[in-house]
Design a protein around this ligand. Structure first.
Ligand SMILES: [Zn+2]
Length: 384
């Protein structure tokens, strides 16, 4: 059984231990005692070194803790060193989680059901279908008040029983490790925590996600909260610079710009259609009638609103036929004037059906699509 040194001293960064067992060709090592935290309870494993060899992962095997190493060890008596920046960050996030969960329960009677400490942000899942921005702000404010009081965070070991007054009842039996924030929270937890609330620094919530009746709340604490605030400030300042207004005016300006953009897009579409219509008229005016008196034109390009407007304008002229061919996706458009003697819908349907495609329309305008380039060539030949 591995003695878990972090249970009693979360601030232990270096320790001596004996190798008691190993497997995987010496890559998985077991010690008599360790300060390395293994992944459990939503908190990720520690990194660091054993006798100078990098620890890649730490695994909780209930009685024992497995250390996965970069290379086998040469010695049986080793010194372990914890990557302290990583661990301390985890301690801030994890203790911050206890604080945030306790505050949500204290203020709104919202219970936390699970916790995940991520590499960028952490999350708690809470039993509430939704949370408002005002509730989150109030929770952040309450966390800040408690952090400012620098309440002690104490770890005790107590026998499992129903009168432990835990925030969340534990299903474990025997001795429980209780993490207590003075006058606020008692939780059964095996994780690593800071020794006073002050070391949490700050609790900052982020995005919310609704998942089947529960809400996932993102949050960051400690230095991560500072980094988040710094990067948000830079972002807001850069948006303000790009828009040439003070940051506080950016939401209003952006809303106005979005509206303006929508209106410009509509105007652009209207003008493009108008241009296409005029192109259709010009094409008709410049087209020579064939021996049967029909003016016929073939265009290549996307079959879009502009192509349709061009085609319709062309066949406004007497005795006219307009064929458009698009390579990608393979498709065709046929337009015919009322006096052309051609039914565009029937012709397109016959040509694309014979080419393995589908389509149709009315006498004046019709469209169809075919599976590939060969089918397109076939349909085109039938329509020419
Ligand atoms: Zn904890």
């Amino acid at each position: 059984m591995t003695e878990r040194l972090y249970y009693h001293d979360c601030y232990l960064r270096a320790f001596k231990a004996k190798v008691v067992d190993s497997s995987d060709g010496g890559h998985r090592v077991y010690l008599d005692r360790t300060a390395f935290y293994p992944t459990s309870g939503g908190q990720p494993f520690d990194l660091g070194t054993l006798a100078g060899v990098a620890v890649r992962e730490v695994i909780d095997e209930e009685d024992r803790i497995g250390h996965l190493l970069e290379a086998p060890l040469g010695a049986t008596e080793v010194t372990g060193a914890i990557d302290w920046d990583r661990r301390y960050d985890h301690m801030q996030q994890h203790t911050g989680q206890h604080l945030l969960s306790a505050v949500l329960e204290e203020l709104f009677v919202i219970r936390t059901v699970s916790f995940h400490l991520g590499s960028e942000v952490s999350t708690i899942d809470v039993e509430a279908p939704a949370l408002t921005a005002a509730q989150l702000e109030r929770a952040e404010d309450r966390c800040a008040e408690i952090i400012a009081e620098a309440r002690p965070v104490q770890i005790t070991f107590e026998d499992a029983s129903s009168d432990l007054e835990l925030r969340k009842a534990s299903t474990r039996t025997g001795t429980l490790r209780i993490v207590r924030i003075d006058n606020l929270d008692r939780s059964a937890c095996g994780g690593t925590h800071v020794r006073t609330g002050a070391e949490i620094g700050m609790v900052l919530t982020g995005k919310l996600e609704k998942i089947r009746g529960i809400t996932r709340v993102e949050f960051v604490c400690g230095k991560r909260a500072l980094r988040r605030a710094q990067s948000d400030n830079r972002l807001v300042a850069s948006i303000g610079r790009a828009l040439s207004v003070p940051p506080e005016q950016t939401p209003e300006l952006l809303a106005a710009l979005i509206e303006k953009n929508k209106s410009l897009e509509k105007t652009g579409q209207r003008l493009a259609t108008e241009l296409a219509r005029r192109e259709g008229q010009d094409l008709y005016a410049n087209a020579e009638p064939a021996s049967d008196g029909i003016r016929k034109i073939i265009q290549h390009g996307s079959i879009d609103d502009a192509m349709r407007a061009r085609a319709q304008a062309f066949v406004t002229g007497q005795k006219s036929v307009f064929l458009a061919i698009c390579d990608q996706p393979p498709s065709l458009l046929l337009a015919a004037s009322a006096d052309s003697g051609i039914h565009a819908g029937d012709r397109i349907k016959a040509a694309v059906t014979a080419s393995g495609g589908r389509g149709g329309g009315n006498q004046q305008l019709a469209q169809g699509s075919v599976p590939d380039a060969a089918a397109l060539a076939k349909a085109e030949a039938l329509l020419r």
